[in-house]
Design a binder for this molecule. Structure first.
Ligand code: PMV
Length: 302
Protein backbone atom coordinates (compact mmCIF):
# COMPACT_ATOMS: atom_id res chain seq x y z
CA UNK A 1 0.00 0.00 0.00
CA UNK A 2 1.14 3.54 -0.73
CA UNK A 3 -0.28 6.64 0.97
CA UNK A 4 0.10 10.16 -0.38
CA UNK A 5 -1.30 13.35 1.11
CA UNK A 6 -1.89 16.85 -0.21
CA UNK A 7 -2.94 20.08 1.56
CA UNK A 8 -6.08 22.15 1.23
CA UNK A 9 -5.93 25.84 0.36
CA UNK A 10 -7.40 29.24 1.03
CA UNK A 11 -7.44 32.14 -1.38
CA UNK A 12 -6.02 35.08 0.56
CA UNK A 13 -6.62 37.69 -2.16
CA UNK A 14 -8.08 38.02 -5.62
CA UNK A 15 -10.82 35.40 -6.03
CA UNK A 16 -13.28 36.24 -8.81
CA UNK A 17 -10.99 38.97 -10.17
CA UNK A 18 -8.63 36.15 -11.19
CA UNK A 19 -11.33 34.91 -13.58
CA UNK A 20 -10.91 38.22 -15.46
CA UNK A 21 -7.12 38.11 -15.64
CA UNK A 22 -6.19 39.83 -12.36
CA UNK A 23 -3.62 38.16 -10.07
CA UNK A 24 -4.54 36.20 -6.94
CA UNK A 25 -2.72 34.94 -3.86
CA UNK A 26 -3.51 31.49 -2.51
CA UNK A 27 -1.97 29.54 0.35
CA UNK A 28 -1.75 25.88 1.27
CA UNK A 29 -3.10 25.21 4.78
CA UNK A 30 -1.90 22.62 7.28
CA UNK A 31 -4.95 20.43 6.80
CA UNK A 32 -4.48 17.52 4.40
CA UNK A 33 -6.28 14.84 2.45
CA UNK A 34 -4.78 11.34 2.58
CA UNK A 35 -5.14 8.86 -0.26
CA UNK A 36 -4.06 5.22 0.16
CA UNK A 37 -3.77 3.00 -2.86
CA UNK A 38 -3.47 -0.78 -2.96
CA UNK A 39 -3.37 -3.18 -5.87
CA UNK A 40 -6.42 -5.39 -6.47
CA UNK A 41 -6.56 -8.83 -8.02
CA UNK A 42 -9.02 -7.68 -10.70
CA UNK A 43 -9.17 -4.65 -13.02
CA UNK A 44 -11.75 -2.56 -11.16
CA UNK A 45 -11.21 0.57 -9.10
CA UNK A 46 -12.93 0.55 -5.70
CA UNK A 47 -13.05 3.74 -3.65
CA UNK A 48 -13.99 4.31 -0.02
CA UNK A 49 -13.86 7.45 2.09
CA UNK A 50 -14.26 8.43 5.73
CA UNK A 51 -15.84 11.69 4.52
CA UNK A 52 -18.62 12.12 2.05
CA UNK A 53 -16.87 13.15 -1.14
CA UNK A 54 -18.71 13.92 -4.36
CA UNK A 55 -21.02 11.16 -5.61
CA UNK A 56 -19.18 8.57 -7.63
CA UNK A 57 -15.76 10.06 -6.77
CA UNK A 58 -15.30 11.66 -10.22
CA UNK A 59 -11.99 13.34 -9.29
CA UNK A 60 -10.44 10.19 -7.82
CA UNK A 61 -11.48 8.09 -10.82
CA UNK A 62 -10.28 10.66 -13.35
CA UNK A 63 -6.99 11.03 -11.42
CA UNK A 64 -6.34 7.26 -11.54
CA UNK A 65 -7.26 7.19 -15.23
CA UNK A 66 -4.98 10.12 -16.09
CA UNK A 67 -2.10 8.49 -14.18
CA UNK A 68 -2.59 5.24 -16.14
CA UNK A 69 -2.52 7.22 -19.40
CA UNK A 70 0.65 9.08 -18.29
CA UNK A 71 2.47 5.87 -17.30
CA UNK A 72 1.09 3.71 -20.09
CA UNK A 73 0.03 0.92 -17.70
CA UNK A 74 -3.00 0.20 -15.58
CA UNK A 75 -4.02 -1.89 -12.54
CA UNK A 76 -7.08 -2.57 -10.48
CA UNK A 77 -6.94 -0.46 -7.33
CA UNK A 78 -8.45 -0.16 -3.88
CA UNK A 79 -8.36 3.53 -2.99
CA UNK A 80 -9.23 4.86 0.45
CA UNK A 81 -9.50 8.50 1.42
CA UNK A 82 -9.32 10.40 4.68
CA UNK A 83 -9.57 14.17 5.13
CA UNK A 84 -8.65 16.73 7.81
CA UNK A 85 -10.99 19.38 6.36
CA UNK A 86 -14.52 19.27 4.96
CA UNK A 87 -14.72 18.36 1.27
CA UNK A 88 -16.65 20.54 -1.19
CA UNK A 89 -16.30 23.58 1.10
CA UNK A 90 -14.11 25.72 -1.18
CA UNK A 91 -10.87 24.61 0.49
CA UNK A 92 -9.56 22.79 -2.56
CA UNK A 93 -10.49 19.21 -1.68
CA UNK A 94 -10.97 18.27 -5.33
CA UNK A 95 -7.46 19.30 -6.34
CA UNK A 96 -5.91 17.82 -3.18
CA UNK A 97 -7.58 14.44 -3.64
CA UNK A 98 -6.69 14.45 -7.34
CA UNK A 99 -3.01 15.23 -6.90
CA UNK A 100 -2.62 12.84 -3.95
CA UNK A 101 -4.29 10.06 -5.98
CA UNK A 102 -1.94 10.69 -8.91
CA UNK A 103 1.19 10.57 -6.73
CA UNK A 104 0.07 7.48 -4.75
CA UNK A 105 -0.97 5.60 -7.90
CA UNK A 106 2.19 6.47 -9.81
CA UNK A 107 4.32 5.47 -6.85
CA UNK A 108 2.50 2.12 -6.46
CA UNK A 109 3.09 1.41 -10.15
CA UNK A 110 6.76 2.35 -9.84
CA UNK A 111 6.47 5.47 -12.00
CA UNK A 112 8.28 8.76 -11.41
CA UNK A 113 6.42 12.06 -11.67
CA UNK A 114 8.03 15.44 -10.95
CA UNK A 115 6.10 18.22 -9.22
CA UNK A 116 5.60 20.23 -12.39
CA UNK A 117 3.94 17.27 -14.10
CA UNK A 118 1.92 16.49 -10.97
CA UNK A 119 0.48 20.01 -10.97
CA UNK A 120 -0.28 19.77 -14.66
CA UNK A 121 -1.93 16.34 -14.39
CA UNK A 122 -3.97 17.59 -11.40
CA UNK A 123 -5.13 20.53 -13.48
CA UNK A 124 -6.09 18.09 -16.27
CA UNK A 125 -8.21 16.09 -13.81
CA UNK A 126 -10.09 19.22 -12.77
CA UNK A 127 -10.63 20.22 -16.40
CA UNK A 128 -11.83 16.73 -17.32
CA UNK A 129 -14.36 16.66 -14.46
CA UNK A 130 -15.47 20.31 -14.44
CA UNK A 131 -14.98 21.38 -18.04
CA UNK A 132 -12.89 24.40 -16.95
CA UNK A 133 -10.59 25.14 -14.03
CA UNK A 134 -7.93 27.64 -13.04
CA UNK A 135 -4.43 26.46 -12.12
CA UNK A 136 -4.83 27.83 -8.58
CA UNK A 137 -5.93 24.76 -6.63
CA UNK A 138 -3.76 22.19 -8.41
CA UNK A 139 -0.67 24.42 -8.09
CA UNK A 140 -1.16 25.20 -4.39
CA UNK A 141 -1.80 21.61 -3.35
CA UNK A 142 1.20 20.37 -5.36
CA UNK A 143 3.80 22.94 -4.30
CA UNK A 144 2.48 24.12 -0.91
CA UNK A 145 3.35 27.54 0.55
CA UNK A 146 1.94 30.87 -0.58
CA UNK A 147 1.55 31.30 -4.34
CA UNK A 148 1.08 34.38 -6.49
CA UNK A 149 -1.12 33.34 -9.42
CA UNK A 150 -0.76 35.08 -12.76
CA UNK A 151 -3.78 33.76 -14.61
CA UNK A 152 -2.98 35.16 -18.06
CA UNK A 153 0.35 33.34 -18.10
CA UNK A 154 -0.93 30.29 -16.22
CA UNK A 155 2.01 30.74 -13.87
CA UNK A 156 2.18 30.32 -10.09
CA UNK A 157 5.13 31.95 -8.33
CA UNK A 158 6.03 31.01 -4.75
CA UNK A 159 6.31 33.97 -2.40
CA UNK A 160 8.17 33.92 0.86
CA UNK A 161 6.20 35.21 3.82
CA UNK A 162 6.37 35.15 7.60
CA UNK A 163 4.10 32.84 9.53
CA UNK A 164 0.41 33.43 8.81
CA UNK A 165 -1.80 32.29 11.67
CA UNK A 166 -5.29 31.87 10.21
CA UNK A 167 -8.75 30.82 11.27
CA UNK A 168 -11.06 29.42 8.61
CA UNK A 169 -14.82 29.44 9.18
CA UNK A 170 -17.00 27.07 7.18
CA UNK A 171 -20.71 27.84 6.87
CA UNK A 172 -21.55 24.17 6.34
CA UNK A 173 -23.09 25.09 3.02
CA UNK A 174 -20.97 24.35 -0.04
CA UNK A 175 -21.41 27.29 -2.41
CA UNK A 176 -21.51 26.36 -6.10
CA UNK A 177 -18.41 27.99 -7.61
CA UNK A 178 -19.86 27.69 -11.12
CA UNK A 179 -23.10 29.44 -10.15
CA UNK A 180 -21.43 32.25 -8.17
CA UNK A 181 -18.90 32.90 -10.97
CA UNK A 182 -21.81 33.05 -13.42
CA UNK A 183 -23.66 35.58 -11.25
CA UNK A 184 -20.61 37.85 -11.17
CA UNK A 185 -20.51 37.61 -14.97
CA UNK A 186 -24.16 38.66 -15.19
CA UNK A 187 -23.51 41.65 -12.89
CA UNK A 188 -20.53 42.62 -15.00
CA UNK A 189 -22.56 42.41 -18.23
CA UNK A 190 -25.25 44.64 -16.67
CA UNK A 191 -22.91 47.35 -15.34
CA UNK A 192 -19.48 46.94 -16.94
CA UNK A 193 -18.43 50.52 -16.17
CA UNK A 194 -19.11 49.86 -12.48
CA UNK A 195 -17.99 46.26 -12.11
CA UNK A 196 -14.77 46.37 -14.16
CA UNK A 197 -13.18 48.97 -11.87
CA UNK A 198 -14.10 46.82 -8.83
CA UNK A 199 -12.38 43.82 -10.42
CA UNK A 200 -9.37 45.95 -11.28
CA UNK A 201 -9.24 47.29 -7.71
CA UNK A 202 -9.24 43.74 -6.34
CA UNK A 203 -6.18 43.18 -8.55
CA UNK A 204 -4.55 46.27 -7.00
CA UNK A 205 -5.33 44.97 -3.50
CA UNK A 206 -3.64 41.68 -4.43
CA UNK A 207 -0.52 43.46 -5.70
CA UNK A 208 -0.34 45.55 -2.53
CA UNK A 209 -0.82 42.41 -0.42
CA UNK A 210 2.04 40.63 -2.19
CA UNK A 211 4.37 43.41 -1.10
CA UNK A 212 3.07 43.40 2.49
CA UNK A 213 3.41 39.61 2.68
CA UNK A 214 7.00 39.73 1.44
CA UNK A 215 7.79 42.40 4.04
CA UNK A 216 6.11 40.22 6.70
CA UNK A 217 3.68 43.05 7.47
CA UNK A 218 0.03 43.03 8.52
CA UNK A 219 -2.32 41.96 5.71
CA UNK A 220 -5.46 42.49 7.82
CA UNK A 221 -6.45 45.87 6.42
CA UNK A 222 -6.12 44.68 2.84
CA UNK A 223 -8.19 41.58 3.64
CA UNK A 224 -10.94 43.82 4.96
CA UNK A 225 -10.87 45.92 1.77
CA UNK A 226 -10.95 42.75 -0.33
CA UNK A 227 -13.97 41.54 1.65
CA UNK A 228 -15.84 44.78 0.95
CA UNK A 229 -15.10 44.48 -2.76
CA UNK A 230 -16.33 40.86 -2.81
CA UNK A 231 -19.51 42.07 -1.09
CA UNK A 232 -19.82 44.64 -3.86
CA UNK A 233 -19.65 41.81 -6.41
CA UNK A 234 -22.58 40.17 -4.64
CA UNK A 235 -20.84 36.95 -3.57
CA UNK A 236 -21.32 37.47 0.19
CA UNK A 237 -23.95 35.86 2.39
CA UNK A 238 -25.38 36.94 5.72
CA UNK A 239 -23.69 34.07 7.50
CA UNK A 240 -20.27 34.75 5.97
CA UNK A 241 -20.54 38.38 7.05
CA UNK A 242 -21.55 37.34 10.56
CA UNK A 243 -18.42 35.21 10.86
CA UNK A 244 -16.25 37.95 9.35
CA UNK A 245 -17.49 40.56 11.83
CA UNK A 246 -17.37 38.13 14.77
CA UNK A 247 -13.77 37.24 13.88
CA UNK A 248 -12.74 40.90 13.73
CA UNK A 249 -14.48 41.60 17.05
CA UNK A 250 -12.66 38.67 18.68
CA UNK A 251 -9.31 40.11 17.63
CA UNK A 252 -8.63 39.07 14.04
CA UNK A 253 -6.49 41.67 12.26
CA UNK A 254 -8.60 41.14 9.12
CA UNK A 255 -11.20 38.78 7.72
CA UNK A 256 -12.81 38.06 4.37
CA UNK A 257 -14.69 35.59 2.27
CA UNK A 258 -12.31 33.01 0.79
CA UNK A 259 -13.04 31.24 -2.48
CA UNK A 260 -16.20 31.63 -4.47
CA UNK A 261 -18.55 32.77 -1.68
CA UNK A 262 -22.30 32.16 -1.80
CA UNK A 263 -21.70 29.89 1.21
CA UNK A 264 -18.39 28.09 1.61
CA UNK A 265 -15.76 29.66 3.85
CA UNK A 266 -14.29 32.86 5.26
CA UNK A 267 -10.72 33.30 6.44
CA UNK A 268 -9.30 35.52 9.17
CA UNK A 269 -5.72 36.63 9.78
CA UNK A 270 -5.19 36.10 13.51
CA UNK A 271 -1.68 36.75 14.87
CA UNK A 272 -3.07 36.63 18.42
CA UNK A 273 -5.91 34.65 20.02
CA UNK A 274 -6.62 32.08 17.29
CA UNK A 275 -8.62 30.00 19.78
CA UNK A 276 -10.79 33.01 20.74
CA UNK A 277 -11.57 33.79 17.10
CA UNK A 278 -12.32 30.13 16.38
CA UNK A 279 -14.65 30.13 19.41
CA UNK A 280 -16.51 33.21 18.15
CA UNK A 281 -17.16 31.47 14.82
CA UNK A 282 -18.21 28.21 16.51
CA UNK A 283 -20.61 30.16 18.75
CA UNK A 284 -22.41 31.25 15.58
CA UNK A 285 -22.70 27.62 14.42
CA UNK A 286 -19.74 27.64 12.04
CA UNK A 287 -17.08 24.98 11.73
CA UNK A 288 -13.85 26.74 12.72
CA UNK A 289 -10.41 25.47 11.72
CA UNK A 290 -7.31 26.91 13.35
CA UNK A 291 -4.82 26.79 10.51
CA UNK A 292 -1.40 27.89 9.40
CA UNK A 293 0.49 27.84 6.14
CA UNK A 294 1.70 24.45 4.97
CA UNK A 295 5.03 24.77 3.22
CA UNK A 296 5.02 21.23 1.90
CA UNK A 297 2.75 20.28 -0.97
CA UNK A 298 1.82 16.77 -2.05
CA UNK A 299 4.01 14.06 -0.55
CA UNK A 300 4.33 10.35 0.09
CA UNK A 301 3.58 9.45 3.71
CA UNK A 302 6.05 7.10 5.35
O1 PMV B 1 -14.35 28.38 -3.76
P1 PMV B 1 -13.31 27.86 -4.70
O2 PMV B 1 -12.17 27.22 -4.01
O3 PMV B 1 -13.92 27.00 -5.79
O4 PMV B 1 -12.62 29.14 -5.40
C1 PMV B 1 -13.18 29.80 -6.51
C2 PMV B 1 -12.29 30.93 -6.93
C3 PMV B 1 -12.85 31.76 -8.07
O5 PMV B 1 -11.94 32.80 -8.29
C4 PMV B 1 -14.20 32.36 -7.71
C5 PMV B 1 -13.01 30.94 -9.34
C6 PMV B 1 -11.71 30.48 -9.97
O6 PMV B 1 -11.79 29.49 -10.72
O7 PMV B 1 -10.66 31.08 -9.77
Amino acid sequence: MVTASAPGKVILFGEHAVVYGEPAIAAAIDKRIFVSVEERSNESIEISSTHELRDGYPYVKAAAEITFEYLGSRRGLDISIDAEFPPASGLGSSAAVSVATILATASLLGGEIGKKDLAQLGHQVEKRVQGAASITDSSVTTFGGVLFIKPRLEVAEKITTGSLPLVVGYTGVGGSTKEVVKNVGVLRDSYPEVVDPIIHTIGQVTLAAKKVLQEEGDIGGLMNINHGLLEALGVGTERLSQYVYAARKAGAFGAKITGAGGGGCMVAYVPQNQEGVAGAISDLGGLALVAGIEEEGVRIER
